[in-house]
Design a protein around this ligand. Sequence first.
Ligand SMILES: Nc1ncnc2c1ncn2[C@@H]1O[C@H](COP(=O)(O)OP(=O)(O)OP(=O)(O)O)[C@@H](O)[C@H]1O
Ligand SMILES: [Mg+2]
Length: 327
Amino acid sequence: MIEIEHVSKYYGDFPAVTDISFSVGKGEILGFLGPNGAGKSTTMKMITGFLPPSSGIVRVAECDIVTDSLEARRHIGYLPETVPLYTDMEVTDYLRFMGRIRGMSSDYVARRTNEVIDIVNMGEYRKTHIGKLSKGFRQRVGIAQAILHEPDVLVLDEPTIGIDPIQVVETRKLIKSLGGEHTVIVSTHILPEVSMICERVIIINQGQIVAEDTPENLASRLHGVEKVELDVKGPSKDIADAIKAIDGVTDVEHRYNQNGGHTTYFISSEPDFELRSRLASTVVGGGWELLRLQAVGMTLEEIFLQVTTEEQIPETTDAVAEEAQQA
Ligand SMILES: Nc1ncnc2c1ncn2[C@@H]1O[C@H](COP(=O)(O)OP(=O)(O)OP(=O)(O)O)[C@@H](O)[C@H]1O
Ligand SMILES: [Mg+2]
C-alpha cells in the first residue's frame, strides 16, 4: 500500500533523511519510532505529499506521490504534528469545511461528519467550539478529519503527544481499531506505545533506518545475545563452572539468594542457540536442583538505546576524524 524506495531529503545541505526504503502492506499498522530530530515527521510529510523528496520514490496505493499527487492524496488521511484547527469553528462545521475542501459532496460530507464524530466518540462535543476543547479532544478532531474522506492509508504523526494518560489509552484503542481496514503509519518516540499499537516497527535515527521487525522479534533478535536466568540449589562455583563450559555461553554471573537458599545465575549466550535445553540438562545431569529457568527479553528501551547509540558512535568519531584531518 505504501512503498518508499531510496528516499532522501535534504534541507539545504542538511540530510534529514538519507536513503530509506520500506513498504507497508494493506491493513498493517507500522510504528515509526525514533528520538527527536530522527526524521519521522520529514518522512511522513514526504509520504503525504506535503514535501517532495530530494531523491527516491514514494508510492501510495500505486500512485507516485509526486507525479500523481492528487490521486495519491485521495487515499491518504494525515494527522500532522501540529493539527491546523480553526479554533473559532464548531467541531461539526470544521469537519464539513474540511470535507468540502477535499471535494466531497454535501450529502457525503454530512453523513461522514456524523460517522467520524461517532468513531472518535465526540457526540457530546459536536457543537463545541474547537478553541474550548482540551488537547486530547482536539487531537481526536484531528483524527476525525484524517479519516473523513474514507482514506485507506492513515499517516499519524505522534497522535498521543501531550494528552493525558486516560485519553492516551482511548486514542491508542482508537488507532488500533482503525488497523485492518486502514493501512496505518504511526510515529512516536514513546516505546511502550509501539508494542501496544503496532505489528511492525521501524526504528529511525539520524535520518536512517537502524532496525525493522516486530516488537517481539526486535526484543530477542536485535541485541545479538540471549539472556537466561536460572535459580539452582547446589554448590555455586561448580554449577557456574559447568554452565560456563556450555558451548555458546559467553558470560555467567551469580548471586546467592539467602531467603530462597538457592543461587541465581545470569547467563548470556550467543543467539539462536538452544541454550535453555542445554542449561536444563547440564543442571539436572549434575544432580543439582533446578528451581527456575527463565528467558529474559530485552526491553524496547534497551534495544532503542542500543541501536541508536551504536549508530551515533562511529558517526561522531568519523566527523571528529574528518575535522582533525581538515585542521
Ligand atoms: N524545515 C526545515 N528546515 C531545516 N531543517 C529541518 C526542517 N524540518 C526539520 N529539519 C531538521 O531535520 C531533522 C529531522 O526533523 P524531523 O522533524 O523530521 O524529526 P522528527 O523525528 O519528527 O523529530 P521530533 O520527534 O522532534 O518530532 C532535524 O534535525 C530537524 O532539525
Ligand atoms: Mg516530528
